[in-house]
Design a protein around this ligand. Structure first.
Ligand code: FES
Ligand code: FE2
Length: 403
């Protein structure tokens, strides 16, 4: 985020703190609970947004060197992504072209050759078939015809995108929009390395997991003994543009930041930026790295999803000790902080999401309410609805007895 924008955001947070105000969506909206339970909608989401759009597989640091690879099975297609000898990022269907066996079963690692466990056909990092035992016995095959099936892949601003369909298209100008395409380079995501990776299987719709990242109204109640110690609850900024939005949460450290000259203001000290990428990605950059949260639907079960919470660290943060805390092992401390943050999401936020799902499943409430101070929730759901061609949720001045 450019410095002038950081200053604008910090001033807005200070104004909310001083005036006892918060962002204002301009009204309330009611959201039908069927959006979290309907198998037909869940099917459309899966096919149109997860099978039919590019997905974020991770950050450039997940493939740190030539020969690095990772596999992914979250979006239906088994995916093998590689960093080639030329440094290029590529992705393939992770199935051997002989008889379709899953080629690479490790989640990540470094290899120059991928050898199929069935009959030992082998492929290089560019997906080319380079080895076939007893080729003369097998029969005549033009090796170049049987390379791994390539998937569209693009690396931009340190983010790795893959389309799960070989004939799919990646349009990052649309997905990231002008705004994020302009702002993301300032975060230097390409320099980060993966520090912790956690996965939580939760009995709730993936959109309820997203919803929990959509406001700080809940901080003082739900996180009274955890996040509220470091954040001012119910204070945030919110900006949107088309299908993009960014919130900045308000850290208690803002009280010190505002005493400094403006040139020294740092939005990651005063707050926590939260970027939403349609449909299921949350990116939260802060002083020493970034949290990446992905809420991955479970196909065929609208009431279940898996959240992946990854923390990537800025390598120089480890050396220069940017937090200014004298600790013998900064990386160990950062690991511990990252893990505790993930556990708060799992044990506090997602406990609420699962509880909301239990309620939605009964059908007892046909609608829930989004407040004026929860604009990201209005935006998630109206974006989802517009992408599905559903009627938008109207903005209401008040909730009245007839609703
Ligand atoms: S299925 Fe892979 S080598 Fe036969
Ligand atoms: Fe929360």
């Amino acid at each position: 985020m450019r410095h002038d924008e950081q200053v604008r955001v910090i001033k807005e947070l200070c104004a909310h703190l001083d005036g006892d105000t918060n962002v204002d969506a301009g009204g309330l909206r009611q959201n039908p609970t069927i959006t979290y339970t309907d198998p037909t909608q869940a099917n459309r989401e899966w096919n149109e947004w997860f099978r039919g759009m590019p997905q974020l597989l991770g950050l450039s640091g997940d493939l740190p060197e030539a020969g690095s690879f990772l596999t992914n099975n979250d979006y239906g297609t088994p995916i093998l992504a590689t960093r080639g000898e030329d440094g290029g990022f590529r992705a393939f269907v992770n199935s051997c072209r002989h008889r379709g066996t899953i080629l690479e079963t490790d989640s990540h690692g470094t290899k120059r050759r991928f050898t199929c466990p069935f009959h030992a056909w082998s492929y290089d990092t560019a997906g080319t078939l380079v080895g076939m035992p007893k080729a003369a016995h097998f029969g005549q095959v033009e090796m170049e015809c049987l390379g791994l099936r390539e998937l569209p892949a693009e690396e931009r601003h340190g983010l790795l995108f893959v389309h799960p369909q070989p004939d799919g298209e990646i349009d990052l100008d649309w997905l990231l929009g002008e705004w994020f395409n302009d702002e993301f380079p300032t975060w230097r995501f390409d320099e980060l390395k993966l520090l912790t990776s956690d996965e939580y299987a939760i009995k709730c719709n993936w959109k309820l997991a997203m919803d929990t990242f959509g406001e700080t109204y809940h901080f003082n109640a739900l996180h009274s003994n955890t996040l509220a110690l470091n954040f001012h609850g119910n204070v945030q900024t919110y900006d949107e543009d088309g299908h993009l939005h960014r919130m900045v949460l308000c850290k208690r450290a803002i009280d010190q930041v505002r005493q400094l000259p403006e040139e020294e203001w740092d939005v990651t000290v005063a707050g926590l930026p939260v970027y939403w990428l349609f449909p299921n990605i949350i990116l939260m950059p802060f002083e020493v790295g970034v949290f990446l949260v992905r809420a991955i639907p479970t196909p065929g079960d609208p009431g279940h999803h898996v959240s992946k919470v990854d923390f990537y660290i800025r390598p120089e943060a480890v050396e220069s000790n940017v937090l200014g805390i004298e600790v013998p092992d900064f990386e160990a401390l950062a690991t511990q902080i990252a893990r505790s943050f993930g556990e708060i999401i799992r044990d506090e936020d997602y406990a609420m999401s699962a509880s909301q799902q239990r309620s939605a499943d009964t059908g007892a409430l046909d609608q829930i309410v989004f407040g004026r101070n929860e604009p990201a929730l209005h935006h998630y759901h109206n974006t989802y609805r517009s992408m599905l061609g559903q009627e938008l949720l109207p903005l209401l001045d008040k909730i009245t007895a007839d609703r």
